[in-house]
Design a protein around this ligand. Sequence first.
Ligand SMILES: Nc1ncnc2c1ncn2[C@@H]1O[C@H](COP(=O)(O)OP(=O)(O)OP(=O)(O)O)[C@@H](O)[C@H]1O
Length: 801
Amino acid sequence: MQKQKPRGPGKPGSRAPSKPGGSQRPNNKQHNQKRAKELSRSKLAATETEIQELRAKYNEIDPETIKTFAQFPLSQKTQKALSEAKYTTPTEVQRLSIGHALQGKDVLGAAITGSGKTLAFLIPVLEHLYMNKWSRTDGVGAIIISPTRELAYQIFETLKKIGKHHDFSAGLIIGGKNLKFERTRMDQCNILICTPGRLLQHMDENPLFNTTTMEVLVLDEADRCLDMGFQKTLNSIIENFPPDRQTLLFSATQTNTLEDLARLNLKDPVYVGYGAAKSVDTKPSGSKAVLALPELLQQSYVVIPLEEKMTMLWSFIKNHLKQKIIVFVASCKQAKYLYEIFCKLRPGVGLLALYGTLHQDRRIAIYEDFLRKSHVVMFATDVASRGLDFPSVNWVLQLDCPEDVPQYIHRAGRSARNKSRGECLLVLTPSEEEYMIAALKEQLNLDIPAVHIDPKKLFSPRVKIEAFLAQFPDLRASAQRAFLSYLKSVFLMRNKRLFNVLNLDLDAYAQSLGLAVTPRVPFIEKLKWRQKQQNQPEQQTNKTTGFGHDNDDGDDGSGEEEDDFIKIKRRDHDVEGDPIKLEQQMGEEPEEPLVVPKREKLVTKAALAKKAIKKNLQINSKLKFDEDGQTLADERNQMKALTTRQQKQQETQKDDDGGINLMLSKALLNEEDQYDKQRFRELVKKRHKLQREKLRKKAEQQQSDDDEEQDEDEAQPLDMDSESEQSVDLSWLPDPDKIYKKRNEKDEEEEKEKEVAQQNDEEDEDDDDDDDDEPVFKKSRITDKLTLMDTEAIAANLLAS
Ligand SMILES: Nc1ncnc2c1ncn2[C@@H]1O[C@H](COP(=O)(O)OP(=O)(O)OP(=O)(O)O)[C@@H](O)[C@H]1O
């Protein structure tokens, strides 16, 4: 599209001389506009003819004869971008699926990891919008759903590459990004690449988001999108899509059941990559899974106890310093701890960690870092196991056993991508070996060779790790969290044949992580306790049967009662979900189903309190007495009694199961208020009493001091003092004490009267207290006798007058 240069406003009076026949500027403008119109018209016409030509060729597509992308009836814009990105020859999955997708059919594509499934659905998406002359204002035309954020980001990047000559707008809608920003832009996007959770959030919260225009739906890693984890979310999303749409499903492990496909409302789907002959249009029987691994991937496994994994990992990294390695672990906290401790240990190679709890920007930065680097070790959880296209990964080390065979395939598939070589080492504990190896043999027809590690090549980093943990408490806490999270992940696995947390040597594992003390694992303690509880009655039953007490007495009723007491009625009473029928998968004899224990109901403080109230427990009460032997807690007790009374009333009513009883609460609050007021008055009174006591003592002390002083004055000759005192004879002066005492006594009486009046006014004052104690300030005035200095001053005044 040509762009016109913006013109400046132009100065008034500085116009260019006009040519004969009218002004030049309007002529130019008109000319340009005309030309632009002609251009766009011719472009539209060209597009229209291109579209018609391409559409005519759609029915002639024969996947078997196609060798290059140029042979596909694709728009020039797509062809140009493909050749610029050096995509000339389509991969098998692309060759087999693109034609059907262009024809508007629903496609289920299964192909090994790294075989180019992304282009197999992106090309048809672009072509569909192009052929339908989709413009920016037409809204959302296609939605691509990916189970992880990194994969969505990767698809977005590929779309940018091959769709760069088209005029469509595309949006990446994943968690951890700016929701507000996404909201304002979503309605302007023609292609949305999103994770299920975020998409549903927008559907629920964003009034601008409208999917009625949507015509193509793609599920990458379809089996993951449709599995239990995303089931509810995806069901809600699908409800919002128009039923009349094209659906494309792709994965390396298509394990979808027919039920899943029915949920998606597929219409006569084409199966690509199913069956031995990689045939097209052949429907797979029922829910048969399609599982395959790249030919150039070398696989092996090693069996070591859990506690030796750290040593093995350290030695492996030290022996492969010039390689690009992904180490898969079961939980985020393990990935974090391994990264932290290995950074401290400095193995001599770059380290990275990619896991779900990291901030999204950090995750993308790590992803890009790992893309770029050629010698690096990345500790990762299964967020990195599906779809991520890291070039030239030499080794995939599955340090913790994968949950199932598809997970093994996806992890292993991060290496040996797109016809390159790679290796995968599966680390198993002795208890995991038998089941996992048999499952791989059964489902993949794969005999993975076992490798044995030369003990001489093992270097244990334990001493160093212990030293670091002793030095850095944060690191120790991280190790503890890693320890617990691994055990939790094993505990939560549904496949109890493969993962049994009770088989693990916890102390040895804790020590291998550098922990001096094994952290407490409450859920294992609970599990053991529950197992013990379940075994005990069973043993007791056996005992009873052994002694033949069952039917001997002939009293059926009593016998039954006894049995009822000790017999477990349903052994799987705490089963959460259906038991896993592993035997059927493995073709073994059916055994007792293994079950995931149900989570125990949490006992909250509120629940305990409720229980206690219901039982009407009498909690020990503390009684306080004042100096007079009165109980201070009387009011409180009264209040408690009232509460219990009202609770009883409430219980008898039985219609109030929850919520707040306003009447009762009000009454309780009033009671509480009364009590608090009373208590406050008592405290104030007590404080006043204490103050008075103190002042009285002080006054008495002062009086006794004064008396002593007076005695001393009388006893000592005057010449002991100053010269002035020597020169003046003051014996003729009247005794000031006598004068002022009289006056003070008068004051005292008045004060007393006032006090009595005040006492009568104050309702709350304690009479006893007041009888004992006269106001201290009055006493202090009475005892405030004239000093020698005062007497001297009075004498001076008198002399002067
Ligand atoms: N026709 C092609 N020619 C050359 N390279 C291609 C072609 N198609 C895809 N590729 C490259 O192959 C690599 C793997 O592609 P892609 O990620 O789409 O595989 P995938 O099948 O989706 O893998 P996974 O199953 O792991 O998701 C990418 O680097 C991509 O660029």
